[in-house]
Design a protein around this ligand. Structure first.
Ligand SMILES: Nc1ncnc2c1ncn2[C@@H]1O[C@H](COP(=O)(O)OP(=O)(O)OP(=O)(O)O)[C@@H](O)[C@H]1O
Ligand SMILES: [Mg+2]
Ligand SMILES: [Zn+2]
Length: 501
């Protein structure tokens, strides 16, 4: 027998088999049990979360001859007939491929006739947002005065494309993304029925890959089956093109040891397996967060939400590093992840993060709260690393206007906050002198800070961290007499400098 896709085989047949969606399922069941059934429903939410499945269960349940507490019996002629599509009273239409006004008129031309076998004529219109305007108008007419024996169930992933006139005539049900726990559990159940040896951890990995959609989870499990009936984390990683536990540990190890060549070698290997770089950034963030947690005095594997074996490995690695490095890593990979999300080149963003971490001289500092008097401690001793930096002078940051313009191309609100601000370069950090609102915004919004950093990098070709101007303001108030030249050059570039002469 040909293999039937797991997601089809495990389509829920009763409300009790539906994973998650408690609110939706409960209120549908209550309605049926109370015998008060609306005439138009709208099921909306992410793809693969149970909309079509629930529409079908609902169609059976309201027509079932032995309905029990809102659940269909699946045994009676009606239930069976709907299941094998021999009952014509339930019509399913895919608006993605039948979206014209004629298509809608076709099905609406029969709404007046009483159902043949069932109690209600049920019209399930999937992907309803795809209907043409004329088709929506035709549908609207029927929704305004539906015959008592007709029930419409409209399903859509794109609620905003459904006209308000239609929405206002439907009871709306929101289908949420399923949690990792919910999906993981459902996968373990499927594995059990199918004689698949699926590890708990592999189930969780698949669940997180599926991003809330049960259909995707079942499909990934299906793909893994091509490798046999024993499925562990490594197989999922291979099949899905994500990194493996060992690879993440090795990569982190290289960075902790500041071994850039080996780190790049690891990345190369991952790339050859077509690992998704954005996902890798997320995994590295999770990993460094785990290292941070593992270093806490009373840390447990439950706290990290990993297996005991994985916890041991993480703990060993955690002891080889410190929280300053971990925080630097977290901020570097967060920045990389954000840049990739904004469409920057993934490989370059990741490389920048790795270069930064493997280079002892450059220590990224996240936005410095302006209220904080001294700069946060940098692990690299300044005198040793860069002796000249002690005498480094404060200079206006020459590329600031350019930077602001670049920000303008990606983030308009941030651009208007930055407009009119000034910036100074000191010890490799760009200190921004702007409105209080700007300071607050940058302090509370990592994403905005990261946009500014990216823009600085684009403008001057070099990575700089940013800080609040107040941190260096005092350096301006005590100009040394031999600093006159500097002061004049600052003045020339439009910087206000107080000198009492
Ligand atoms: N909540 C759920 N519980 C159990 N299985 C589910 C659930 N959601 C989806 N599935 C699985 O995914 C498959 C597809 O589900 P369904 O067609 O109901 O999703 P949908 O929300 O209509 O998706 P789409 O928006 O893509 O049409 C089902 O056959 C089933 O295997
Ligand atoms: Mg569907
Ligand atoms: Zn029945």
């Amino acid at each position: 027998m040909a293999h039937m896709a797991l997601y089809r085989k495990y389509r829920p047949k009763t409300f009790s088999e539906v994973v998650g969606q408690k609110v939706v399922v409960e209120s549908l069941k209550n309605q049926i049990a109370a015998g008060k059934i609306g005439h138009a429903f709208l099921f909306t939410g992410t793809r693969g979360t149970g909309k079509t499945s629930c529409a079908k269960i609902f169609a059976k349940a309201i027509n079932c001859q032995h309905n029990h507490n809102g659940e269909p019996c699946l045994q009676c002629d009606v239930c069976k007939g709907i299941e094998n599509e021999s009952v014509y009273d339930v019509t399913e239409m895919d608006a993605a491929s039948n979206n014209s006004v004629e298509d809608i008129r076709d099905i609406l031309s029969e709404v007046m006739y009483l159902p043949v076998m069932a109690k209600y004529k049920v019209y399930i219109i999937d992907e309803v947002h795809m209907l043409s305007t004329a088709a929506f108008n035709a549908l609207l007419k029927t929704l305004e005065e539906p015959p008592a024996h007709v029930v419409f169930i409209l399903a859509t992933t794109e609620l905003h494309k459904v006209p308000a006139t239609i929405l206002s005539r439907c009871q709306r049900y929101d289908f949420n993304k399923l949690s990792i726990e919910e999906i993981g559990e459902a996968l373990m159940y499927i594995a059990d029925c199918e004689d698949i040896e699926l590890s708990q951890s592999a189930a969780r990995t698949i669940a997180s890959l599926a991003d809330g959609a049960m259909r995707d989870a079942a499909s990934i499990l299906d793909t893994c089956l091509s490798r046999g009936n024993v499925i562990n984390d490594d197989i999922v990683a291979d099949v899905a093109g994500i990194s493996k536990q060992e690879e993440i540990l090795n990569l982190a190890d290289c960075m902790i040891k500041k071994d850039l060549p080996s780190a790049l070698q690891e990345i190369l290997l991952l790339e050859q397996r077509s690992v998704d770089i954005k996902r890798l950034c997320e995994e590295l963030i999770t990993h460094f967060r785990n290292l941070l947690l593992a270093n806490l005095p009373k840390s447990t594997y439950q706290l990290l939400n990993v297996s005991p074996e994985k916890f041991e490995k993480i703990k060993i690695q955690a002891e080889t590093t410190n929280h300053v490095f971990i925080q630097t890593a977290l901020s570097a990979f967060t920045t990389a992840f954000e840049s990739i999300s904004k469409g920057q080149n993934a490989k370059i963003s990741l490389d920048i993060a790795i270069y930064t971490l493997c280079n002892t001289q450059v220590v990224p500092v996240s936005v410095v709260p302006a209220s904080q008097e001294q700069r946060p401690a940098a692990p690299a001793p300044k005198q040793q690393a860069a002796p000249q930096s002690q005498q480094e002078k404060i200079i206006p940051f020459a590329q600031w206007l350019n930077t602001i313009d670049i920000v303008g191309t990606v983030d308009k609100p941030l651009y208007s906050l930055l407009k009119g601000s000034k910036a100074y370069l000191y010890n490799n950090i760009v200190y921004i002198d702007g409105h209080e609102a700007l300071n607050n915004y940058l302090r509370g919004n990592r994403e905005a800070a990261s946009i500014v950093k990216q823009a600085i990098q684009q403008a001057c070709g070099k990575m700089h961290n940013i800080g609040g101007y107040k941190n260096i303001a005092d350096k301006f108030e005590q100009p040394k007499s031999d600093g006159l030249e500097d002061i004049l050059s600052l003045r020339n570039s439009g910087v206000e400098v107080n000198i009492n002469d």
